[in-house]
Design a protein around this ligand. Structure first.
Ligand code: NAD
Ligand code: 3PG
Length: 597
């Protein structure tokens, strides 16, 4: 399928509404024309808006590099309004075809609602789209594009800047001398050379931090259950388990995305496993740290110092104990803020926005539709099944050599010429990559993104007898050379294996490892391996009930009565870590895993 084939996000010419828009004179000037004013004026406005100024209007709501602005101006009217409050943004938005922001502007559902359908593209000049309501964007037919690569080096350099500044008390000493003091003995620092740095998350930024830290003479280890071990080895870094990384490091630098699995990953329990006097840098996302637990760890001396660029809430409150702590160095989310990176993201996002306004599908599109409706109708449930199988398989990975080798098996009665698997492969890739990374996958970038991460996807077909009426009988996804958090998920030949089918138009999980199950793949799942005995459904169900987690179904499959069993529980809400811990502590429970579909 061609990348630019018909898709839903197209820009239509400006239509004047009751509030007449004089886009001919100034893109964002609104003039209210009363009904008593003469018809000629109205006709002129309509003519001017639609015919004399066919250019789309782009609202740039946060400072954007000059090169990006120039590029936008070749194609659109550009309005740079950098300090709009939410109401001002909502008021302006109905006059705009595209909006460009960084992380400081909240693009809420209300923004899409009040755009009255005119807003067609939101460009995020950076990686994270936590500030954009993606579901609302998609529901309103608005494409979201980002700039995922241009600020990587800037973020890595900022990580190193914080690491060295923290070790030598630069910020504290600077403040001290400016307040008239000369405190040489108070600000004796620690050396970096020969110390162990644990890089948590070995993706684009993490690997660049590791490379630079090696240059400073540090011993660098990394934890990333999904990164290819050979890529780490190539720059002299060993991939180790979470426990080994945090318990052996003198310095810890965080570079994983904020996901349900990484949220508050650094908490009382993990701080207690760290070396006393450890130093922590965070240029990833504030939410990966339990900030109250970090204050406790700093007060007790478990953590000697922290250097933070990102916070759970930005800006943090003025009386934040963490920010005001004397052993903490802070910057206001400056990781991407270099002249060079901002020029880079400006060009990257401007190209994507202009392309989108022309109706092209950018490789950096975050919520792009995967296929035209006519093809989707037959494959739709298999498309959903593919993504969910990918999501499920990757969430079962615990470590090993990284997610490098994935085999997909399609069982179908249709011959290879009648079944184009490109879309299904792209959806499996989406499912495998998105839960663990800051990259968003669409049909254009799926194969490239997989290759860039060192992920090799091989496909195999099983030709079944029978009627080719159904496109596919089942799809199987296997990840080789990894360990699993749920031992049952390992097949007899040592891969993580999940298999699914479409039943009554809905995706169903039918196999986990070599264990047959049959559950609808909706919401989220808890898989629980246990000794088969009476009362288990009740015990688990009541813990979830007490935690206000709604159960959509529970099913138990077992090898033989009173032997091993697997309970599959569908849940509408995400159980807290505490709830999962309580279930894990039920004596008959052997292992448990929560999977977000
Ligand atoms: N402070 C800033 O201004 C700034 C700038 C750029 C990026 N960032 C942030 O830095 C982070 C990393 O960005 P990136 O571009 O390198 O992303 P990336 O997707 O290239 O890398 C993220 C890595 O984290 C790994 N990972 C996922 N879950 C993990 C887990 N549970 N434990 C350990 N590793 C895990 C992934 O396998 C991947 O290799 C993101 O949160 C991003 O938003 C911040
Ligand atoms: O997600 C990102 O790209 C970084 O966190 C940078 O955000 P910023 O563009 O607001 O500096």
């Amino acid at each position: 399928m061609a990348a630019t084939s018909s898709w839903n996000f197209m820009v239509t010419p400006t239509k004047p509404s009751l509030s007449w828009k004089l886009s001919f004179f100034s893109p964002l000037t609104t003039v209210n024309v009363t009904r008593r004013q003469n018809r000629t004026a109205k006709r002129f406005v309509v003519f001017a808006t639609v015919f004399l100024d066919p250019k789309p209007t782009v609202l740039v709501a946060e400072k954007l590099g000059e090169a990006g602005l120039e590029l936008l101006k070749t194609f659109a009217n550009v309005d740079c309004s950098y300090n709009l409050d939410h109401e001002e943004l909502c008021t302006k938005i109905s006059l705009c075809d595209a909006l460009i922001v960084r992380s400081g502007t909240k693009v809420t559902r209300e923004v899409f609602e009040r755009s009255g359908g005119r807003l067609k593209v939101v460009g995020r000049a950076g990686v994270g789209i936590d500030n954009v309501d993606l579901s609302a964007a998609t529901e309103h037919g608005c494409l979201v594009v980002n700039a995922p690569t241009a600020n990587t080096i800037a973020a890595a350099e900022h990580g190193i800047a914080l690491l060295t500044a923290m070790a030598r008390n630069i910020a504290q000493a600077d403040a001290s001398i400016k307040s008239g003091k000369w405190q040489r003995s108070k600000y004796v620092g620690v050396s970096l050379v020969g110390k162990t740095l644990a890089v948590m998350g070995f993706g684009k930024v993490g690997s660049e931090v590791a490379r630079r830290a090696k240059g400073l003479g540090m011993h660098v280890i990394a934890h990333d259950p999904y990164a290819p071990a050979d890529r780490a080895r190539a720059i002299g870094v060993d991939l180790v388990s979470f426990e080994e990384a945090i318990s052996t490091a003198d310095f810890i630098s965080l570079h994983m995305p904020l996901t349900p699995a990484t949220s508050k990953m650094f908490n009382d329990e993990s701080f207690s496993q760290m070396k006393k006097g450890v130093r922590i840098v965070n240029v990833a996302r504030g939410g990966v740290i339990d900030e109250e637990a970090l204050v406790r760890a700093l007060d007790s001396g478990t953590v000697a110092q922290a250097a933070l660029d990102v916070f759970t809430e930005e800006p943090p409150s003025k009386d934040s104990k963490l920010v005001l702590h004397e052993n903490v160095t802070v910057t206001p989310h400056l990781g991407a803020s270099t002249t060079e990176a901002q020029e880079g993201v400006a060009i990257e996002v401007a190209e994507a926005v202009v392309g989108a306004l022309k109706g092209q599908l950018a490789a950096t599109a975050v919520n792009a539709p995967m296929l035209p409706a006519e093809i989707l109708s037959e494959l739709a449930p298999f498309v959903t099944l593919s993504e969910k199988l990918g999501r499920l398989a990757v969430q079962l990975v615990a470590g090993g050599r990284g997610v490098q080798s994935v085999k997909v098996t399609y069982a179908s009665a249709r011959g290879p010429d009648d079944l184009d698997t490109r879309l299904l492969r792209a959806m499996i890739t989406k499912g495998l990559i998105e839960p663990i990374s800051s990259v968003f996958i669409n049909l254009v970038n799926a194969d490239f993104s997989a290759k860039q991460r060192g992920l090799r996807i091989t496909e195999e077909r099983i030709l079944l007898d029978g009627s080719p009426e159904n496109p596919l009988e089942f799809i199987q996804v296997q990840i080789a050379n990894v360990e699993s958090k749920f031992s049952i998920a390992m097949s007899d030949s040592g891969e993580i294996k999940v298999e699914g089918r479409v039943k009554d138009g809905k995706p169903h999980l039918t196999m986990v490892g070599s264990f047959g199950v049959d559950v609808s793949m909706e919401g989220s799942l808890i898989l629980c391996r246990q000794v088969d005995q009476p009362g288990m459904v009740g015990s688990v169900g009541s813990i979830l009930g007490e935690e206000n987690v709604n159960v959509s179904f529970m099913s138990v499959g077992r090898i033989a009565p009173r032997k091993q069993a697997v309970m599959t529980i569908g849940v509408d809400e995400e159980p807290s870590k505490e709830a999962l811990k309580r279930i894990r502590e039920i004596p008959a429970v052997e292992e448990i895993v929560f999977l977000k579909l």
